[in-house]
Design a protein around this ligand. Structure first.
Ligand code: MG
Ligand code: MG
Ligand code: MG
Length: 306
């Protein structure tokens, strides 16, 4: 009986952890000869912790080095994302939903890739197709992972198959999909216990045009309440950051993934924000309906104006 580790990418998200757990279980059912062990390539994020906790699912073991081990990769197929030691491991299979990467193997393998919104969608399909029984707990974490990776079936990567699998799983789970999705997503988006600086710096990019520098942080929320309650404190910290780094602007995008809109808070020249985003800011805030992406919807417009 050989040990086979099923593992997702580094900096694991909910999809990569759940896919490892569910696929290891699935393989264990259909292949009694080998021992399939769910593994992880790093620490769990708060969202994934919440999902596993809620259904009493054990956290997969941390695999620090895959050298000499038999492994199955889920939710990734690029060398930049693999656990250490993968080039000295025996890769048996890959199940993924990303672009084709750069992994090479010495022997033929099973490679299953589909252009869908989550790896958990593919694995749910395996269960249904092969009629492997799904417990309510397993169905629940698969559903949570699909809703997480597809931003509650709203991201542009969402496919028809994601919706079909979410509905089929929900026949077992029986929740309101949007409510359950918000519950899952809010576990990661909470700013409780973080300092204003930590909130702004959680996902912060420093940008440049010529000799002008500016910075934009972004948080994703499912409702504005928590951030709005700390608006004064966050504005003050934006000002501190702007002064400390000599930025032209210090910005925090509070992006509501349910409403698909952003409340953009800033310290600096309001004229730049007005010209770039076509909105008259009020008290350091510009409200931007339909704006979700810093990279494609905000940065290019600011670059143009600077
Ligand atoms: Mg992933
Ligand atoms: Mg994924
Ligand atoms: Mg993902």
């Amino acid at each position: 009986m050989g040990k086979v580790y099923v593992i997702g990418h580094k900096h694991p998200d909910t999809d990569s952890i759940v896919a490892a757990i569910a696929y290891a279980h699935f393989k264990g059912v259909i292949d009694q000869d080998d021992d399939y062990i769910p593994a992880r390539a790093g620490e769990l994020n708060p969202e994934t912790k919440f999902v596993l906790d809620k259904y009493n699912i054990p956290v997969p073991e941390l695999l620090e080095d895959a050298s000499g081990k038999k492994i199955i990769l889920v939710d990734h197929n690029e060398m930049g994302q693999v656990v250490k030691g993968t080039s000295e491991a025996v890769i048996l299979e890959i199940v993924d939903h990303h672009r084709l990467g750069d992994i090479q193997t010495s022997a033929p393998i099973l490679f299953h890739a589909e252009p869908v919104g989550s790896t958990s969608t593919i694995i749910a399909d395996f269960y249904f197709y092969h009629k492997v029984p799904l417990t309510k707990e397993m169905a629940s974490i698969l559903l949570a992972a699909i809703l997480s990776d597809t931003v509650i079936l709203k991201s542009p990567t969402t496919s028809e198959k994601d919706r079909v699998m979410a509905d089929k799983l929900n026949e077992i789970v029986g929740v309101d999909l949007k409510e359950f999705g918000m519950e899952v997503k809010s576990a990661k988006s909470s700013i409780k216990g973080m300092t204003a600086n930590e909130v702004i710096m959680k996902d912060f990019k420093e940008l440049k045009k010529g000799s002008t520098t500016y910075g934009i942080g972004q948080i994703e929320v499912v409702h504005y309440d928590e951030a709005v309650a700390r608006c004064g404190e966050l504005m003050k910290e934006l000002n501190n950051i702007k002064e400390a780094h000599g930025y032209k602007l210090a910005i925090l995008m509070v992006t509501n993934i349910i409403e698909e809109a952003t409340r953009l808070w800033f310290a600096g020249d309001a004229e730049i924000i007005k010209k770039a985003l076509g909105k008259e800011p009020v008290d350091g805030e510009a409200y931007l309906p339909g704006v979700m992406s810093r990279k494609s919807q905000v940065v290019p417009k600011i670059q143009d104006v600077l």
